[in-house]
Design a protein around this ligand. Structure first.
Ligand code: HPA
Length: 267
């Protein structure tokens, strides 16, 4: 960790990010809007190169509406074969760099029939269906406790702020529970029926590991899903990644406007 932090500090000088943003599938372009210092993951000690389509794999340090941010253009996914320690390492790095608030975004399938592709969903809670936990292993007491509370992983205050902004900007949004699977295969219709019975509103392959670690180390978290498709079996159409990227692209403008105002008003 010290090597990582020294390397990054050497690149960014006295820039101290306070807001971290993880940009999900199809949403990475947001960071291109801002002038800043770009560091590819491949150059950072202890980071690994990320390979998923639609993900660039770099940290962008930039000022947005006068707030100092660090944005992840692309994230590590469990399905790529990385351990959850690798997947969540950047969150710990952000914490060490001084980040207080983490905005986590993703593309997700709509489990709830009334939720439609193109809607944004503010995550109120999650179900970890990955079958493992990013905190397994020796605990680093400097970051958090062994058995961290998870009763409010997603900040109610930030959700309320996000809702107010979405209303003002006339952006259609939902609130709901995100269930995380490992992927990379999409779910079966039977699995989606099960998730629906369990109370999940959206399904995806990310976010939960990062949110668990962020909450563990005391970051305030806002999770935003871009609902890109109806989950398997809720329509007759088969799923494909292109549909996910295409819908995310359509939502980009709304997403950008919401995020900018959110950053401006977050504190
Ligand atoms: N399932 C899982 N992950 C996803 C989906 C989905 O339907 N859409 C976007 N990411």
């Amino acid at each position: 960790m010290d090597k990582t932090i020294d390397f990054i500090r050497d690149k960014i000088g006295n820039f101290e990010p306070e807001i971290g943003i993880i940009l999900g599938s199809g949403l990475g372009d947001f960071a291109d809007e801002f002038q800043g210092k770009v560091i590819p993951y491949s150059e950072i000690p202890e980071f690994e190169a990320s390979h998923v389509e639609g993900h660039k794999g770099q940290l962008v340090f930039a000022e947005v509406c006068g707030k100092k941010t660090v944005m992840m253009q692309g994230r590590y996914h469990f399905y790529e074969g990385y351990s959850l320690a690798t997947v969540t390492y950047p969150v710990k790095v952000m914490k060490k760099l001084g980040v207080k608030i983490l905005i986590i975004t993703n593309a997700a399938g709509a489990v709830t029939k009334e939720y439609t592709p193109g809607d944004l969903m503010f995550i109120t809670d999650h179900i970890n269906f990955m079958g493992t936990n990013p905190l397994i292993g020796r605990n680093d007491d400097t970051l958090g406790t062994r058995f961290p509370d998870m009763s409010e992983v997603y900040s109610k205050e930030l959700i309320e702020k996000a809702e107010n902004i979405a209303k003002k900007l006339n952006i259609k949004y939902q609130k709901g529970i995100y269930v995380a699977t490992t992927g990379p295969s999409y779910e079966t219709p039977a699995e989606i029926r099960m998730f629906s019975l369990l109370g999940a509103n959206a399904v995806g392959m990310s976010t939960v590991p990062e949110a668990i670690v962020a909450n563990y180390c005391g970051l305030k978290v806002l999770g935003i899903s871009c609902l890109t498709n109806y989950a398997a079996g809720t329509t007759n159409n088969p799923l494909n990644h292109q549909e996910v990227i295409d819908t995310a692209n359509k939502v980009k403008e709304n997403f950008k406007n919401l995020l900018i105002e959110l950053i401006e008003k977050v504190y």
